[in-house]
Design a protein around this ligand. Structure first.
Ligand code: ADP
Ligand code: ASP
Ligand code: MG
Length: 465
């Protein structure tokens, strides 16, 4: 059994859906469970509907809804389905559209968009794309069964950042899936969305369909979790900034986790957790070039066995602020730190890097959190200074701090750049530098050039042709 997850770019239009169908068809002997994301931009459109409704702009929210529905209808009309099947899907689309309309009306009357309601908006992206593609596959010779995650992906009730309850997911999904697979059915379901024990829709964080795939893979003990996206695999740098990144052939779970945590968008960091626990390999493949080998993420990465220092990629995380807190009361640093962490916890902040000295605490956090409220609360503990518009650049690899030349070379690139913070990950796998946001592109490019231009180790990297 395998899990195959397809992201938004792989399902964005009729041609993309037919392409996914072919990829799945050629692998039906492996008993795939297919996990589908919303079509490109759909989740953002649903979010916009939510915020417009909250601002009492229901008419504008309805315009976005119409655009969203029309995009899905256009796929149904152009993907080559029989008229009856088209009618069946249209009925489903219109019934979801009615539900969204009701939520828009409700939110614009109350002028309040709770995380719970936002999750209801979000859920329609994955529900629609997975339903349409399941029908497309069925008509193209794959015996699919569409499963609503409401029937198995049980999570806690932390809306927008829900955590799956693994034993419950296993108890619900395993018997269902094993029976369907025995009947030679191909399950098609949704990434990203889950359900509380009382039946309310949840989501597990933006971009978390990869994580859904790993959760499903872990509870079903599959042989492989395949993440199908629009690039050849995990690359040495973001292809949106780097002209010629190299493909990384293999990564360990820990390396892949660190790399995504520090900004490589290709995988959601949580993906590696259930896969590592069950030791299930993850492959990252390109749905536009299905024949090439992709990147393998597993517990054995050839390079982790060597004693040499290796840099595998350069990543960056934008929209970061550095908060410096100096206590007003200097009687106990422990209480000071404890109070800081309880405030960060309250706002569910995951600090990117921190530094503690006896009477000062610095923390880099993403500006997506409620920064003003966090600063106000922290200022009850001491003087808070914010340095905004920053970007965290990270090098990811093995035994980085064993080789002083690496550090020296990085600093030679940074000689004319202002940097605010530098930290080495405890695992020796990463080194991070906080710089001004405006310097991001030149710095990322120079660091990439430093380590990846010209000949690289062919056991680790592959040229993209
Ligand atoms: P999907 O919709 O399939 O989930 P995402 O957009 O979430 O796809 O992730 C794939 C994108 O991640 C690529 O198109 C690429 O632009 C971006 N990306 C950023 N850094 C990296 C990296 N180091 N390796 C591969 N892709 C990266
Ligand atoms: N559709 C969701 C999002 O855009 C989940 C995902 O794509 O992974 O965040
Ligand atoms: Mg993604």
């Amino acid at each position: 059994m395998i899990v195959m997850k397809f992201g938004g770019t792989s399902t964005k239009d009729a041609a993309a859906m037919l392409n996914v169908t072919e990829i799945v068809k050629s692998r039906t002997s492996k008993n795939p469970v297919v996990v589908i994301s919303a079509i490109a931009q759909a989740t953002n459109q649903l979010e916009t509907m939510g915020s417009l409704s909250k601002s009492n702009k229901a008419a504008e929210a309805k315009k976005v809804l119409k655009y969203f529905i029309d995009e899905h209808l256009a796929i149904v009309e152009t993907v080559g389905l029989k008229p009856d099947t088209q009618d069946k899907i249209r009925t489903k689309i219109f019934s979801y559209s009615e539900e969204i309309l009701e939520i828009i009306t409700g939110v614009s009357i109350l002028r309040e968009l709770t995380p719970q309601t936002l999750d209801r908006f979000y859920s329609y992206g994955e529900l629609l794309s997975s339903y349409i593609i399941s029908e497309v596959m069925k008509e193209n010779g794959i015996d699919t069964v569409w499963l609503d995650t409401k029937d198995f992906m049980v999570t806690d009730n932390t809306f927008t950042e829900a955590k799956p309850n693994m034993p419950v997911v296993e108890e619900k999904l395993r018997p269902l899936a094993l029976k369907l697979i025995e009947e030679k059915k191909v399950i098609v379901t949704q990434g990203f969305i889950g359900v509380t024990p009382t039946g309310e829709r949840t989501t597990m964080g933006r971009e978390s369909s990869d994580f859904s795939a790993a959760v499903i893979g872990a509870v079903l003990d599959v042989d492989d979790v395949q993440i199908w996206t629009d690039v050849d695999g995990v690359l040495s740098g973001d292809p949106n900034i780097i002209e010629h990144p190299k493909k990384i052939k293999e990564l360990s779970f820990e390396e892949a986790f660190q790399l995504s945590l520090f900004g490589a968008k290709v995988l959601h960091p949580n993906t590696m957790i259930p896969a590592a626990e069950k030791n299930i390999p993850i492959h990252v493949y390109n749905s536009k070039r299905p024949k090439i080998s992709g990147t393998l993420i597993s517990n054995t990465s050839s390079s982790s066995a060597t004693s040499d220092s290796i840099i595998k990629s350069v990543t960056y995380k934008s929209q970061v602020s550095l908060l410096n807190i100096k206590p007003t009361n200097r009687f106990s640093p422990y209480i000071f730190w404890e109070n800081i962490f309880s405030i960060l916890n309250k706002y569910k902040v995951v600090p990117i890097v921190t530094s503690t000295s006896e009477y000062q605490f610095a923390v880099a956090i993403e500006t997506k959190y409620m920064l003003d409220s966090i600063k106000t609360e922290l200022s009850t503990l001491g003087e808070v200074e914010e340095l905004g518009n920053l970007c965290l650049i990270s090098l990811m690899g093995q035994k980085i701090n064993h080789n002083s030349t690496i550090v020296q070379n990085v600093f030679s690139v940074l000689s004319s750049i202002k940097f605010h913070f530098i930290s080495f990950g405890a695992s020796e796998m990463s080194m991070s530098i906080l710089i001004n946001e405006e310097d991001t592109k030149p710095v990322v490019r120079s660091i990439h050039k430093l380590f990846f231009e010209g000949e690289t180790d062919s056991k680790i990297f592959e040229e993209i042709r």
